[in-house]
Design a binder for this molecule. Structure first.
Ligand code: ZN
Length: 117
């Protein structure tokens, strides 16, 4: 059995915030993490930590690298492409990659900014 307090500390380190309000059910400490309110005493914090660690840090930076690579490949393809119709498809694709990349970077920024204690 994992210690609830350790997980609470871990959640704070990953951008969670301690809430002033106590849990309405048990009076325990509550934390807000990834838009969810969790009770340290009752909720399985380690489960929440695992799920978000995988989907956030590793996967996002991985995705970012993939997108950057694709942007590079696609922009070179546009450069060489003379067919306007094909260029349009590539530009559309490039636009989607850039949007996706921006979204990844925004997520990452909010993570590092919220690290305060
Ligand atoms: Zn509770």
């Amino acid at each position: 059995m994992s210690k609830p307090m350790d997980n609470a500390v871990e959640i704070m380190r990953k951008g969670g915030t301690l809430l002033g309000d106590k849990c309405p059910r048990c009076g325990g400490v509550q934390v807000k993490y990834k838009g969810r309110v969790l009770c340290i005493a009752e909720d399985d914090l380690s489960e929440n930590l695992q799920a978000t660690t995988v989907s956030n840090d590793a996967t996002l930076s991985n995705l970012r690298n993939v997108i950057i690579e694709k942007i590079d490949v696609t922009s070179h393809a546009i450069e060489k492409e003379n067919d306007v119709a094909k260029q349009a498809v590539l530009v559309d694709l490039l636009q989607k990659y850039v949007t996706l990349l921006k979204e990844c970077e925004d997520d990452n920024e909010s993570d590092t900014n919220s690290e305060e204690s």
